[in-house]
Design a protein around this ligand. Structure first.
Ligand SMILES: [Zn+2]
Length: 271
C-alpha cells in the first residue's frame, strides 16, 4: 500500500514538473520564431537591395485602399453645437436633418443612405475596403465624429454623399465640394481631395451627368475635422421636381454612383 502511494505521488510530481516547464518551452518556441522572423527580415532586406525582390514590389501593387462613405444627415438632426474645427471658436449644429424631396417627399437622409449603399457595393466590387459612418437612420453621429471616425481608421479617401436644396426650384445639377485650399484646418488635405474631385468630375461628365462644378468650402465641420482627403458629392437638387424624382430612380442612382466610383478608381490608379 505504501509502495502504491509512492507511485501515485511520483506521477503527480512528474505532472507538476511537466506543467511547470511547459511555459518556458512555449517561450523558447516563441523566441525561436522571433529569431526566424528576424532572420527573414535580414533576408528580405538583402533581396530588396537587388531591386528585384517580389516583397519589395508588394506595397505599391497590393495595397488595399480604405474608403469611408459618409451618408449625410440622420433621422433626427441634433441642434446641440460643436466646434466647426479643432479648437475653433465658431460652433454649428452637430448634425442637421437635411432637406426633403419636393416631389417624392423623401427626406435627404434616406436618399443619401440609399445612394451610399449602391456606391459601397460598386467600390467593394472594384476591390476596395469600405467603411460607412452609418448604415441606419436612427443614429446620432455628429459631423466632427464622422470625420474623426475616418481619421481613426486612416481612410485613404472619404466620400460624403448629400443632396442639395434651394429656394429656386429651377436649379439642377450635381456638385462636388472639397476642403478649402487655404483653409485653417484643411490646407493639408486640399491637394489630394482636389485631385480626386477632378477625376470624379471627369468621370461624371463622361457619363453625361449634369455637373455644376467643384467648390471649395471652408465652413463645413466634416471637412475641417478631417485629417484624410475628403470630397462631398451633392447628387442634385431635391428642390427641383424632376431631379428629385430622378435621384430616387434606382437606375439613375446606379449610373451616378458608378461614375463617382470610376472617378475614385482613377484617382487611386494614378496615385
Ligand atoms: Zn445634406
Amino acid at each position: 500500500m505504501k509502495k502504491y502511494k509512492l507511485i501515485v505521488t511520483a506521477i503527480i510530481a512528474i505532472g507538476v514538473i511537466l506543467i511547470g516547464t511547459s511555459t518556458p518551452i512555449t517561450n523558447l518556441y516563441k523566441s525561436t520564431n522571433l529569431l526566424n522572423k528576424g532572420f527573414n527580415k535580414i533576408e528580405d532586406n538583402k533581396d530588396s537591395t537587388k531591386g528585384e525582390s517580389k516583397d519589395a514590389k508588394e506595397p505599391s501593387n497590393h495595397k488595399k485602399y480604405l474608403i469611408c462613405i459618409d451618408p449625410g444627415h440622420q433621422q433626427k438632426g441634433d441642434p446641440n453645437a460643436e466646434p466647426v474645427g479643432p479648437g475653433a471658436p465658431y460652433q454649428k449644429a452637430r448634425v442637421s436633418s437635411g432637406a426633403t424631396g419636393v416631389a417624392t417627399k423623401k427626406p435627404e437622409y434616406i436618399l443619401n443612405l440609399e445612394a451610399s449603399v449602391v456606391l459601397k457595393h460598386i467600390l467593394e466590387g472594384k476591390g476596395y475596403d469600405v467603411i460607412m459612418t452609418r448604415e441606419s437612420h436612427d443614429v446620432n453621429i455628429s459631423n466632427s465624429e464622422r470625420a474623426i471616425l475616418a481619421n481613426e481608421k486612416n481612410a485613404d479617401m472619404v466620400i460624403r454623399v448629400h443632396a442639395d436644396s434651394l429656394d429656386n426650384s429651377s436649379k439642377t445639377g450635381a456638385s462636388i465640394l472639397i476642403p478649402e485650399k487655404g483653409g485653417k484646418y484643411t490646407s493639408n488635405i486640399y491637394e489630394e481631395s482636389n485631385k480626386c474631385a477632378e477625376l470624379v468630375k471627369k468621370s461624371m461628365q463622361e457619363s453625361g451627368i449634369q455637373l455644376n462644378g467643384i467648390f471649395q468650402r471652408g465652413d463645413l465641420t466634416g471637412f475641417n475635422w478631417s485629417k484624410v482627403p475628403a470630397i462631398l458629392v451633392e447628387m442634385g437638387f431635391l428642390s427641383n421636381y424632376n431631379e428629385d424624382q430622378m435621384m430616387s430612380n434606382p437606375e439613375y442612382q446606379r449610373k451616378l454612383m458608378q461614375s463617382v466610383a470610376d472617378g475614385v478608381e482613377d484617382y487611386f490608379t494614378t496615385k
